[in-house]
Design a binder for this molecule. Sequence first.
Ligand SMILES: [Zn+2]
Length: 237
Amino acid sequence: MQTILKGTGFSNRIGRAQLILRLQQQVNELRAKTNESTKELHNSTEFNSWLKEYESNNKCEYVLQTGKKKSKDGHRSYYECGRTGVHKEIVSSKRSIKSQGSKKININCTSHLILFEHLNKSSCHVIFYKYHYGHQESELQHISLPIIKKHEIAVKLSQGVTMERILDNVRGNIGSNLKREDLITRADLHNIKQKYNITMQDGQLHKNDATSVDIWVEQMKQEGENNPVIYYKKQGE
Ligand SMILES: [Zn+2]
């Protein structure tokens, strides 16, 4: 190490900075590896439930990167820590920089998961690199609201429940183990309204209740496998 870092002059300083960065990256990767664990699960549904529970218990979030990568014996999916990545500032919108800072840490966190789904075996295999780098763990304000909570709130909003009532309800039910949904803000509710295209008139999506439900069910279909509606029969069908 001494030999590598030796040198004087401007170009050497740049080289040294790059080298330190590279060494730091290697240290991080080694730390991530020493925290590596493996897990066997029956299928991707079981994996999704396990991951959701892990995220909830550990106040973190993992994001699926790109599509599944095929190999001879199955396919693999990569999940990165949700804090990895570069913060993109939206200049044109009214959104100002959040007081708690950005979710994205502008570098790559070392924590990630690889899910292997085997073709010939009825099982999944997970490699999990738990060590986080570049941010504090358990920063609830930097993880997303669970999708199921967003659905629940969208239903309430579409039924005409006011934002104040939803916020009061959340604040009145905070337990000792703080969860992301306990930190719901008015901004979250506005985002949900926008995402689910809930435009209210007299407290309803539409004057006819049945039509409101139809609209909501149609919106949920856009969620693909996250669609919480299993079966729906229209009025009069
Ligand atoms: Zn992380």
